[in-house]
Design a protein around this ligand. Structure first.
Ligand SMILES: NC(=O)c1ccc[n+]([C@@H]2O[C@H](COP(=O)([O-])OP(=O)(O)OC[C@H]3O[C@@H](n4cnc5c(N)ncnc54)[C@H](OP(=O)(O)O)[C@@H]3O)[C@@H](O)[C@H]2O)c1
Length: 332
């Protein structure tokens, strides 16, 4: 493999710098049976935290951030991923404990890879990315808890973000009545209705101080923000309803009460994409092919940026100025 470029965090507290690297460097740092030429990645909330040097994300230095990657196998010693296979990888320590997707070349153990679903390409896979996978797993968790179309409204918090946008689109396409919760209803109204939301709710209202039990409003909810929004969603769930909690964009802590659990039989289901099983990942990716429309994905992930633009865009994402998903062109 010739020289390639990667966005490198050399040490804690240092800014990410685009650097030329070579196969020798890669071989010295990483182990795995498969070498992937990465063409696309994406910018997720966790990537933005890593690029901003926030504590708790990057575990080892030097590190190439990027929790998502997609591309083509260029070297392989395993039969299930021969040279030329189009693959993707998300989570599993990418960009945290081992080199991630902001590199034109990555060596990975085969067990971390998923074949890109037939008829789709690396661009599609990274427009969906970890955010889309998370949204799909949240929908599957709600289904597993008994949620069905026609049983009542479903709320999605952080709807202006990547996970939230895909969750709104998926739920609407599956026939649910979706209420999008956003801190930017004034500017994102058309966008969220375009994804299928039938109602909008301001973040301010959704996070107002909550009594232990409130008027029942939601058959289910996808919560990407935590904190006071999660507390109020739980208090407003219908009898037997469920919240799929996957995020912390608002707060990691919330003030909870057992009343919704013991009087309304509600369920709080956590969703994790970093360490979830490959079987669950594969099911979710197959579901995304069928359940997420091309039109919705084009609306959510309308923008493509380069590796060099990532640090600046990470700042914007963390300050809540960005909408939907950002596709990252890594090479080509
Ligand atoms: N569990 C997992 O495996 C997993 C996987 C992926 C992501 N996540 C988590 O899910 C969350 C969303 O990720 P993402 O990639 O979709 O991020 P994102 O694109 O940045 O979206 C986050 C959204 O949260 C809302 N928000 C921002 N600051 C907030 C605040 N202070 N209080 C309340 N809401 C706020 C904003 O939406 P509005 O402006 O519309 O309100 C923002 O667009 C993150 O916390 C991320 O860490 C978890």
């Amino acid at each position: 493999m010739a020289d390639f470029q990667a966005l490198v965090l050399s040490a804690k507290g240092e800014a990410a710098i685009l650097r030329p690297l070579n196969a020798e460097t890669l071989g010295a740092l990483e182990e795995g049976e498969v070498l992937v030429a990465v063409s696309h990645s994406s910018l997720n909330y966790k990537d933005a935290l890593a690029l901003a040097g926030r504590a708790g994300i990057v575990r080892d230095y030097p590190m190439v951030p990027g929790i998502d990657l997609a591309g083509e196998v260029v070297e392989s010693s395993v039969a299930n991923f021969p040279v030329g296979t189009r693959v993707l990888a998300t989570g599993q320590g990418l960009g945290e404990r081992r080199w991630g997707g902001y590199s034109q070349c990555v060596r990975l153990p085969a067990v971390m890879l998923t074949a890109i679903p037939s008829g789709r390409d690396a661009r599609w896979a990274m427009r969906v990315g970890t955010a889309g996978l998370t949204a799909m797993l949240c929908v599957m968790a709600l289904e597993e808890a008994g949620l069905r179309p026609g049983t009542g409204a479903v709320a999605v918090s952080g709807a202006g973000g990547g996970v939230g946008g895909v969750a709104v689109a998926l739920l609407a396409a599956l026939g649910y009545e979706v209420t999008a919760i956003s801190g930017r209803c004034d500017v994102l109204g058309d966008y969220l209705r375009g994804l299928g939301a039938s109602a909008l709710l301001s973040r301010e209202e959704a996070s107002a101080a909550s009594r232990p039990l409130e008027k029942q409003c939601w058959a289910g909810a996808v919560d990407t923000v935590g904190g006071a929004v999660l507390a109020r969603l739980l208090a407003q769930l219908n009898y037997g309803g469920a919240v799929a909690a996957c995020g912390l964009a608002g707060d990691t802590a919330w003030s909870g009460n057992v009343m919704p659990f013991i009087l309304r039989n509600v369920r709080l289901q956590g969703v994790d994409t970093v360490a979830c099983s490959s079987q669950l990942r594969n099911t979710a990716w197959q579901r995304l092919v069928g359940d997420l429309s091309d039109a919705a994905l084009a609306t959510i992930a309308a923008e493509e940026i380069t590796l060099a633009e990532l640090p600046e865009r990470a700042e914007a994402l963390l300050s809540g100025k960005h909408r939907g998903r950002l596709l990252v062109r890594v090479s080509g």
